[in-house]
Design a protein around this ligand. Structure first.
Ligand code: ZN
Length: 192
C-alpha cells in the first residue's frame, strides 16, 4: 500500500474538518476508515493520526502510544515527559479545554511534516470531551505526553499544524536534531 499520508502544503491540512453525525459514526464507511487509520498510524509509525492527514476532512482522530521500548527513550526520558502507555482509542468531534495555565516544552514531529521536528510548548494538562467509535460520550483528563498528543491531533482537526505553534528557531531536520540538539534534549522526534 503506498503511503497515504498527505504532506504539508495540501489544503486539506489547513481546512477546519466537519463534525460527524451519530448515523455517520455507526456507518460501515466510518468503521472501515477507523481500521485503515489504525493500520496507517502503526505502519508510519506514529502515536496519533487525524483524518485530514489521509485526506478526509472530518473530525476523527486515532491515538495509541505504547511508550516503553519502541521509543528508544530511557525510562528517565519517558518519566521527564510523563509519557506512559495509552491504549488505542478513537476520538470524534472532540472539544479540548486546557486545565490550568502550565505549559511544557519538548520537541515533537508530525507525519505530515515528514523529516522535521521542533520544540513546541503545550499545556501540561487538558480535558477532552468527544464521542468514541460507538458514538458514546467520553471525557478524558490527560497530562504529560498524552496531553501533548491530544493537543497535536485536535489541532489537525482545526487546520492547525505544530509549525504554527513551534519556537521557530528550533525547527530542524530529524538528522540535524540528532546531530546538534540531542545533547541538549534527548527527545527523539515523535511523529503524530
Ligand atoms: Zn501531526
Amino acid at each position: 500500500m503506498p503511503n497515504p499520508i498527505v504532506q504539508t502544503g495540501h489544503p486539506v491540512l489547513r481546512a477546519e474538518a466537519r463534525e460527524l453525525t451519530q448515523d455517520e459514526i455507526k456507518s460501515a464507511e466510518i468503521q472501515e476508515l477507523i481500521e485503515i487509520m489504525r493500520e496507517v498510524m502503526r505502519a508510519a509509525p506514529g502515536v496519533g493520526l487525524a483524518a485530514p492527514q489521509i485526506g478526509e476532512s472530518i473530525k476523527l482522530t486515532v491515538i495509541e502510544d505504547e511508550a516503553g521500548e519502541k521509543t528508544k527513550m530511557s525510562s528517565e526520558e519517558l518519566n521527564l515527559r510523563e509519557r506512559y502507555p495509552v491504549p488505542f482509542h478513537v476520538l470524534i468531534n472532540p472539544i479540548l479545554t486546557p486545565v490550568g495555565d502550565e505549559k511544557v516544552d519538548f520537541f515533537e514531529g508530525c507525519l505530515s511534516v515528514q523529516g522535521f521536528a521542533a520544540n513546541v510548548a503545550r499545556y501540561k494538562k487538558v480535558n477532552v470531551k468527544a464521542l468514541n467509535e460507538k458514538g458514546e460520550e467520553v471525557s478524558i483528563d490527560a497530562k504529560g505526553w498524552y496531553a501533548r498528543i491530544l493537543q497535536h491531533e485536535i489541532d489537525h482537526l482545526n487546520g492547525i499544524l505544530y509549525i504554527d505553534r513551534m519556537y521557530s528557531t528550533t525547527f530542524t531536520t530529524v538528522e540535524n536534531k540528532v546531530r546538534f540538539w540531542d545533547s541538549l534534549d534527548q527527545a527523539k522526534p515523535l511523529s503524530q
